[in-house]
Design a protein around this ligand. Structure first.
Ligand code: NDP
Length: 343
């Protein structure tokens, strides 16, 4: 890369020439093989290659887009798009790393900052996919779809108990975390006739949410809810946020739906509450340990739906990530601040 980094001259190997004017930066962008976890690496690389329809500023900003499989490939890159974090990224002379996930809790923020490496994430792309899976969980529990599917395997024809099934229309939901995910959930639940409250740090109104609580009032916020959906990032402040006290504050007929990160919910406390009948059930997309170990009791609980960290899965995912990366390549080249910047 040649040119001035976005925050002005800084030591980044000797490859930046601080006197070069804005718009002169040209970079080699790497796509780390680990993005295969979500979509084929080559599909994202192709979506990042400039086309004739692109803003010429984008094509000018890119020298190459290449797949990174080895340390030698990494050494050629100025910026990296990745799923995994590897310690080798710190010493690779990168100016910028983009996470294809919204959650960036696996990255060492302080060390990136100390080395002047910018980190951006993919928040903003999952509102519809996660919103739909959460209302899917709610509808499954209410309409008993998960139990019908269980019995289909043994060809068991069984009508639910007379008081077992309900409709989500008229029920209540508390959404903890009202960002991209939380708002995607709230909008869809509202459309189904669910009364929605929510929790976020900033106590300003949110569309489709009747009452917004701050984190200090979490127990009050969840107390009346038939469903509690957890959609915060994992941070020092949210680790173990949904603990035994919060679970105890929930209704005994309530369902916990976790699409954030496993560490936001105290799994031992959740298991204890489920086993003691203090909660009706849970839908869990994320866990402390992933993949969920074979011997986890969650696998075999009838009122627990386990999904494999797949709430964001969507065939359009790579296109949305590409749109954020393209915008930031242009911004980096033009010396503007990066979108979705975390570090
Ligand atoms: P956003 O940054 O858009 O939203 C985060 C929300 O959490 C904001 O409303 C924020 O409050 C709120 N929040 C932050 N800290 C707290 C706290 N201590 N108490 C209560 N609320 C808090 O992120 P996204 O919605 O895009 O993603 C959220 C997380 O979900 C990601 O970090 C990731 O870990 C996870 N995720 C999981 C996916 C999956 O497939 N299961 C897919 C995508 C994301 P405020 O509005 O006041 O800032």
């Amino acid at each position: 890369m040649t040119g001035t980094p976005p925050s002005g001259p800084r030591s980044h190997g000797n490859r930046f020439v601080p006197t070069v004017s804005k718009g002169a930066m040209v970079l080699v962008l790497g796509v780390h093989r680990s993005v295969d976890e979500l979509f084929p690496t080559g599909v994202l690389r192709d979506a990042l290659h400039p086309t004739g329809e692109d803003d010429p500023a984008y094509a000018r900003a890119l020298d190459d887009v290449r797949v990174v499989e080895t340390p030698a490939d990494l050494a050629e890159c100025d910026a990296l798009v990745t799923f995994e974090y590897e310690p080798s990224f710190l010493s690779a002379d990168l100016a910028w790393i983009h996470s294809v996930q919204a959650g960036v809790d696996r990255f060492p923020f302080d060390e990136l900052e100390a080395r002047g490496i910018s980190l951006t994430n993919s928040t903003g792309v999952h509102g519809d996919s996660v919103g739909e899976i959460v209302v899917g969980y709610m509808l499954s529990f209410a309409r008993r779809l998960h139990r019908h599917r269980d019995r289909e395997r043994t060809r068991e024809w069984r009508y639910p108990d007379w008081d077992e099934a309900f409709t989500v229309d008229g029920e209540s939901l508390c959404v903890v975390g009202l960002g991209t995910l939380g708002q995607g959930i709230a909008r869809r639940a509202d459309a189904l006739g669910v009364d929605v409250v929510g929790v976020r740090r900033t106590p300003t109104p949110v569309e489709h949410v009747r009452t917004v609580y701050t984190p200090g009032r979490l127990e009050l916020a969840v107390a009346d809810a038939r469903f509690v959906a957890v959609a915060t990032p994992l941070t020092d402040a949210t680790r173990g946020l949904v603990d035994a006290d919060v679970l105890a504050a929930m209704r005994e007929d309530a369902y916990l739906l976790n699409v954030s990160r496993g560490g936001v919910v105290d799994e031992d406390a959740l298991l204890a509450a489920l086993e003691a009948g203090k909660l009706a059930g849970a839908a869990l997309d994320v866990f402390e340990t992933e993949p969920l170990p074979d011997d986890s009791p969650f696998w075999s609980m009838e009122e627990v739906i386990v999904t494999p960290h797949a709430a964001g899965a969507n065939r359009e995912y790579y296109r949305r990530v590409a749109a954020i990366v393209r915008e930031n390549v242009r911004r980096l080249a033009e010396g503007e601040s990066l979108a979705n910047r975390v570090v």
